[in-house]
Design a binder for this molecule. Sequence first.
Ligand SMILES: *[C@@H]1O[C@H](CO)[C@@H](O)[C@H](O)[C@H]1NC(C)=O
Ligand SMILES: *[C@@H]1O[C@H](CO)[C@@H](O)[C@H](O)[C@H]1NC(C)=O
Ligand SMILES: *[C@@H]1O[C@H](CO)[C@@H](O)[C@H](O)[C@H]1NC(C)=O
Ligand SMILES: CC(=O)N[C@H]1CO[C@H](CO)[C@@H](O)[C@@H]1O
Length: 548
Amino acid sequence: LMISCTPSGNLSSEAGLDAELYYVRNDVVNHYALSFNLLIPSETNNLHFSWHAKSKVEYKLGFQVDNPMAMDMPQANISLQGEVPRMLSVFRVELSCAGRLDSEVTILMQLNLTINSSKNITVLNFKRRKMCYKKLEPEVKSPTSDKNSSKAIFDPVNAAPTTSTRVFYISVGVCCAVIFLVAIILAVLHLHSMKRIELDDSISDSSSSQGLSQPSTQTTQYLRADTPNNATPVTSKCYPTLRIEKNDLKSVTLMEAKAKVKDIAISRERITLKDVLQEGTFGRIFHGILIEEKDPSKEKQVFVKTVKDQASEVQVTMMLTESCKLRGLHHRNLLPITHVCIEEGEKPMVLLPYMNWGNLKLFLRQCKLVEANNPQAISQQDLVHMAIQIACGMSYLARREVIHKDLAARNCVIDDALQVKITDNALSRDLFPMDYHCLGDNENRPVRWMALESLVNNEFSSASDVWAFGVTLWELMTLGQTPYVDIDPFEMAAYLKDGYRIAQPINCPDELFAVMACCWALDPEERPKFQQLVQCLTEFHAALGAYV
Ligand SMILES: *[C@@H]1O[C@H](CO)[C@@H](O)[C@H](O)[C@H]1NC(C)=O
Ligand SMILES: *[C@@H]1O[C@H](CO)[C@@H](O)[C@H](O)[C@H]1NC(C)=O
Ligand SMILES: *[C@@H]1O[C@H](CO)[C@@H](O)[C@H](O)[C@H]1NC(C)=O
Ligand SMILES: CC(=O)N[C@H]1CO[C@H](CO)[C@@H](O)[C@@H]1O
């Protein structure tokens, strides 16, 4: 008896690189192979198993998925009960995501074997994991990128009732894709002709306009890039178009960004993704589980920052670069990157230690909702305690001469002990688009958190971080409101120059507002240092305790 499968699920003949994984060979069960819980790439929809038996072996086949909402029950193209063929044969198991939610799904295939009609049953459990995503657009990719799986789906002989509806959706998807493709090609041609007239420089022109319409160099992603989701960045003047971010990154390439994090790279096998915590246009934060390298029975909870299919190379580069802002720093109020996963063919992932109440801004907003019914949900003293922790973390950064440049509640996280940690701003532009603006200079910046000298002269220092701390303190006291919400971002500099600042929040004590106002002194020299802020807030915190 022999049963084998390639780890990625592809047929070995087409993959070439994948070694065949033998589960049963010469009647011996390979329990080691069966213990693997292999991850299959999200674009792989079929597993192919090879098998044959020298004598009479009967089998029963069954499937289980742990999340039926995310994945339909797998379908095999052999009957669920029968005899193992005597000739070497291949059977296929179709794993299709339901497209209803984002989740990692564990699939169990159970094969019960009875040799020579004895009473002795051998139970083989094959485990696989696959990441399923909510379907936002018609499935375009699988029929084009994976010819074999599309053949299977379109095969009229094997077509089950459910596959006929899928055929319909896929046809619609293909039609949409073709229409989009034609539209994009026309647009690109139009752009070309316009630019030629303007620049009369066809060589550099063709490369730049190609870059705009096709952020990814891989042809398989091309169709995806044309979907409506991605159309907005192309037309919008602001982030996330290509050129702006290049500026931001000072032209770091993806290769360079990956090389910088090689030493903290880990294998994808060690990461299990659970719920999506936050989601933007191209980025996502998952709650994940990381298996310890030395002791696989030990697990650690992590945040996993990653990108979706439609993210461009520049967006990926930016996520990796920005994630490294606090790398290597150790302080109880800082949350630096711990690992990355940059395996070929997988979306890069950035791992940070988990904090169970998540993003501070979202947490504050949640408190605001709760506060309507329960005014004592979170006390002023708690909020001041959070501010002290942020000031402590920032004081450490200032001593190490690290300038954060984007301190805000959205770039902090919190846990159930009300412990607050400052983290980097990777993906924040995508997850909190309302907090970033570009002022015609193609750079997307947290305008409402920026000191005047940063806005006007692009000057950043610990003193400009102090300004942002003042705004963050205001965010805490207002439970996550947007500062300067009525001011046009273009007017911010003029408004600040004229001496206007955000108003004192209702219920915010004068002493506390005085602390914020000091942080917004026009002259950077006049602003308090973080060490002074820690001291002053600690005294205020103690005084609040005395009143209660
Ligand atoms: C295989 O056998 C086990 C135990 O005998 C049983 O619980 C399970 O349902 C069987 N699976 C299939 C697919 O028949
Ligand atoms: C099942 O599918 C595989 C691969 O697609 C094919 O080689 C095999 O002949 C099929 N088996 C049956 C019984 O249809
Ligand atoms: C069943 O199979 C196992 C191993 O294949 C063997 O150790 C055991 O003796 C068998 N039992 C019977 C009743 O045949
Ligand atoms: C294009 C391609 O990869 N075709 C393969 C599809 O699967 C069959 C077996 O079912 C192979 O023989 C083909 O080479």
